[in-house]
Ligand binder design. Structure first.
Ligand SMILES: Cc1ncc(COP(=O)(O)O)c(C=O)c1O
Length: 443
């Protein structure tokens, strides 16, 4: 191991040093090029060398680097909030600008709690979420997620939350059910859990509109989110949709919930919002929630030093303007279809590929030991870990994860390339992935 003073994610690997970005590629200090097939963790939607975003960032630093939000608002934050409000689903007009996805989720939970205090329902505090989900690594967000291995060490620090089933048709739809019936069955689990906890106690249901890293680009079946919305309305439970990974055009709509025809009470975004040029996230809430605070206590009992950071907001405003002006969402849908075809062509015949799925440029390949039974590989095979290592050797950045099925077992590979990708680069990802999977799954 090389000496480094960085406290790394893993102590047993030497990582290459990234020195330069060029379009869809990252180049390390040995000059090796890696195609960024996952945008890191679905972050780099505009690639790594966009001059418009770089210029917007530099211009803002030259004008004003920082002004604390208890003293000032600032121009880029105001512009970004206006544009987000204009582009978001109806009524989602109040924008709370933070620095990460976890911060956006924490803010959404605290806002939900404070909202119910303001409207005279102070008992409401329980959060319901789904197994096989992830909402961030800070304690509130971690407690709200159903990602077992991320939670394990910290269980006794986490607030009590309830978990219902994910909407995971590939594994859990019964042979005698249509997709629709399956979706209605799992959505009804929410109603059962609200009644079990007592409707006076339940404050929010949180879900990723399209599940990202934990289950691998998992889209809900038609009708599922509509019923979830109805159940939340019936019991006065806030619907929080976490679009930190799947939002900002990633699935081919600016907000993934547009495709579900469902409007949440609160939405969280990050990752693609700054496209990797700056760390930024946002919690967006319905006007009526904000008005309850405005007409009640008058302030949200929350805050961070870097709220509405001017440089992050300037970069993000440039990103969002570009996504809208250059009409990226439909292009992402088209390129996503090309990516799906290309993945099917190179991996569809492989006996260890169980499912290739997703929406837009948010795709995943689920690996199985046996296609007919869908049995996952034994955990100790560490298939995901080996794929990540081999892919890097091949010059491919992808996002493999273990625990797809139940938090422990199962493996998938998330593919979420930059929106600027072209067909040749799409095929490069699929071909490198084929070489990687063939080499690792050589049993
Ligand atoms: C759906 C979802 N929510 C929240 C988060 C947390 O975001 P961050 O890592 O920026 O704190 C992530 C990160 O992967 C995510 O995928």
């Amino acid at each position: 191991m090389k000496h480094s003073n960085i406290f790394p994610r893993h102590s047993n690997y030497d990582l290459p040093i990234a020195v330069r970005g060029d379009g869809c590629y990252i180049i390390d200090d040995n000059g090796k090029k890696y195609i960024d097939g996952s945008g890191g963790a679905a972050v780099s939607c505009l690639g790594h060398s966009d001059n418009t975003i770089k210029d917007a960032t530099i211009n803002q630093i030259e004008k004003l680097a920082y002004a604390h939000t208890s003293f000032f608002s600032n121009e880029p934050a105001e512009k970004l909030a206006n544009l987000l409000a204009e582009s978001s689903p109806s009524g989602l007009d109040k924008i709370y600008l933070v620095s990460s996805g976890s911060e956006a989720v924490e803010a959404s939970l605290k806002l939900a709690k404070q909202y119910f205090i303001e409207v005279g329902k102070p008992k409401k505090h329980q959060v319901i979420s789904r197994r096989q989900s992830y909402h961030g690594n800070t304690l509130g967000a971690l407690a709200s997620g159903g990602n077992i291995w991320r939670r394990n060490f910290f269980e006794d620090l986490l607030i009590e939350t309830s978990l219902i089933s994910p909407c995971y048709a590939y594994r859990n739809r019964r042979p005698d059910e249509t997709d629709w019936d399956y979706g209605q069955r799992v959505a009804k689990e929410l109603e059962d859990e609200i009644l079990n906890l007592g409707e006076d106690n339940v404050m929010a249901f949180i879900a990723e509109t399209v599940v990202g890293a934990t289950a691998g680009a998992l889209t809900a079946v038609p009708g599922y989110f509509k019923l979830i919305r109805e159940i939340c309305n019936k019991y006065d439970v806030l619907l929080i949709l976490d679009e930190v990974m799947c939002g900002m055009g990633r699935t081919g709509s600016l907000f993934a919930c547009d495709d579900e025809q469902v409007i949440p009470d609160i939405i969280t975004i990050a990752k693609g919002l700054g496209a990797g040029y700056q760390p930024i996230g946002a919690m967006i809430c319905q006007n009526y929630i904000y008005e309850a605070i405005q007409n009640g206590t008058g302030f949200f009992q929350h805050g961070h030093t870097y709220l509405s950071h001017p440089v992050a907001c300037a970069a993000s405003y440039a990103v969002l303007s570009k996504l809208i002006k250059d009409n990226y969402p439909p292009k992402v849908k088209e390129k996503g279809n090309l990516l799906q075809k290309s993945l099917i062509k190179s991996l569809g015949q492989n006996q260890y590929i169980g499912d290739i799925r997703g929406r837009g440029l948010f795709r995943a390949v689920e690996l199985v030991a046996d296609r007919s039974t869908k049995a996952p590989f034994p955990k100790n095979f560490n298939v995901a870990g080996k794929i990540k290592k081999k892919a890097m050797e091949e010059g491919l950045i992808c996002y493999p994860m273990q625990g797809t099925v139940d938090g422990e077992n199962g493996d998938h590979i998330l593919i979420a390339p930059p929106f600027i990708i072209n067909e040749t680069e799409i095929n490069e990802i699929s071909e490198k992935l084929k070489i990687t999977v063939d080499s690792v799954c050589n049993f």
